[in-house]
Design a binder for this molecule. Structure first.
Ligand code: SIN
Ligand code: FE
Length: 343
C-alpha cells in the first residue's frame, strides 16, 4: 500500500541539479476503498496530492481500471485512416458524446462511446477514492482514445506531442485550475515512452520572468485579451454558432503562449535535462500536465481522462502555475474567486 521507491524497470537518467519530475510507484488498486484505518488513508491521499503538486507522476504498474478483454480487442482493431492530423478520439462526459472519429459504422461509433463512457466513469470513481479532496471539487473534462502510433506522427509544430511542453488547451481555458490527467497504456506489447524535463516553476523562472522572454507577458490592451490566432478563430466560431464564450484570462493566454514557446524553442528542446520513462503495457499514471513538462516519443493505443482541479482544494497552492506566474509578474492573472459553471 502507498508510495514506494521507483522500480528498476523504469529507465531514469540525467537528473542534474534541476527540479525534475520523479516517478512515484503506487501499490493501491482500489482507489482507497480497501480496509484500513480511515486516518491512514487520508494521510496517504494527502501525500499523493503533494507528490502530484510537486510535479511528480503517480505510477500504477498494474492499471486499477478494468477493461474487458473484448473491449480492449475492439479498441486495438481501430484505425484512424486518413486522420494523420486528427490527433485523438475525444469523449465528452457531460454530453455523453464522441468526437474526432473518422469513417466508422454507426455500430462501431456506439461501441466506442460505450467503452469510453465506462472508462471515464471508472477513472472518475477511482480518483474519487484515491484523491477525495480533489474529486469533490473536480470538473470531469474530456476523455480520449489515442489509437495512432506516436513515433513520427506528422503534426503542425505547435501540435506535436513529441516536443517537451506543458499543457494548455486552446479551446478550454482553465482560469487557474489545474489540469490532472489519468493515462492507461492499453497496448498489449509496447510501452508508451515519455520524456519529462524541469517542472513549471524552474521553467517559468528561467523563461517567463518579467525581462526573460519579451512577449510572453504582453501587457493586454484594456478590456482586450491577447489571444493567439487559433484561439481567436475558435472563439469567433463559437460565438457564430451561439455558444457562450467567456474570455480567456491572461493566465490562459500566457499558458498557451508558453506551450508554443517551449515547442518552438529548439535550443531548449535539444539541451534541457531529460528523463525518459517507459510506461509498460497495462499500466496507468496520473500527472498534473500543466506543470510537468512532457513529450510522448512512441506508443500506440492509450486511454486518458482529464480533470480540472480548482485551486481552492490544492495542498501546495504555491506550486500552482497561476500562483507562480502571479508572483513573477506581480499582478492577478484571472478574475480570482469567480465561480465557473462548466456544465
Ligand atoms: C500529451 O499530452 O502531450 C500527450 C501524452 C500522451 O498521449 O501520452
Ligand atoms: Fe501534453
Amino acid at each position: 500500500m502507498g508510495i514506494t521507491r521507483p522500480s528498476a524497470e523504469l529507465n531514469k537518467c540525467d537528473l542534474g541539479g534541476h527540479d525534475m519530475t520523479q516517478l512515484i510507484p503506487v501499490q493501491e488498486n482500489t482507489g482507497g476503498n480497501s480496509n484500513g484505518p480511515v486516518g491512514e488513508h487520508a494521510a496517504r491521499s494527502l501525500s499523493y496530492c503533494e507528490q502530484l503538486e510537486e510535479g511528480n507522476i503517480l505510477f500504477f504498474a498494474r492499471s486499477p481500471i478494468a477493461i474487458p478483454e473484448s473491449d480492449r480487442e475492439f479498441l486495438l482493431s481501430q484505425r484512424q485512416s486518413g486522420a494523420a492530423y486528427h490527433k485523438n478520439i475525444a469523449y465528452r462526459p457531460q454530453e455523453d458524446r464522441v468526437s474526432g472519429l473518422v469513417k466508422r459504422s454507426a455500430g462501431d461509433q456506439e461501441r466506442l462511446r460505450t467503452i469510453l463512457r465506462n472508462y471515464s466513469k471508472q477513472v472518475t470513481q477511482f480518483i474519487g477514492g484515491l484523491l477525495p479532496s480533489y474529486a469533490c471539487a473536480a470538473h470531469v473534462d474530456f476523455a480520449s482514445f489515442r489509437p495512432q502510433e506516436e513515433r513520427g506522427r506528422p503534426a503542425r509544430l505547435n501540435a506535436r506531442n513529441d516536443l517537451l511542453h506543458v499543457d494548455a488547451f486552446p479551446t478550454r481555458p482553465t482560469y487557474g485550475d489545474r489540469t490532472l490527467r489519468f493515462f492507461t497504456n492499453i497496448n498489449p506489447t509496447e510501452p508508451r515512452v515519455w520524456l519529462t524535463s524541469e517542472t513549471f516553476e524552474g521553467l517559468a523562472q528561467r523563461f517567463a520572468g518579467p525581462h526573460a522572454t519579451p512577449g510572453l507577458f504582453p501587457t493586454p490592451a484594456k478590456g482586450a485579451s491577447p489571444l493567439n490566432s487559433v484561439g481567436k478563430s475558435l472563439r469567433r466560431w463559437a460565438r457564430a454558432v451561439g455558444l457562450p464564450v467567456r474570455p480567456a484570462s491572461p493566465f490562459d493566454d500566457f499558458m498557451r503562449r508558453f506551450h508554443n514557446f517551449l515547442k518552438q524553442n529548439s535550443e531548449f528542446q535539444a539541451t534541457c535535462p531529460k528523463t525518459r520513462w517507459e510506461f509498460p503495457p497495462n499500466s496507468s499514471w496520473i500527472v498534473l500536465t500543466d506543470a510537468v513538462s512532457h513529450a510522448v516519443l512512441s506508443g500506440q493505443f492509450a486511454l486518458e481522462q482529464t480533470f480540472l482541479i480548482p485551486r481552492s482544494v490544492l495542498v501546495l497552492p504555491e506550486k500552482a502555475p497561476i500562483n507562480i506566474l502571479e508572483r513573477l509578474c506581480g499582478r492577478p492573472l484571472t478574475d480570482n474567486g469567480t465561480v465557473i459553471n462548466r456544465s
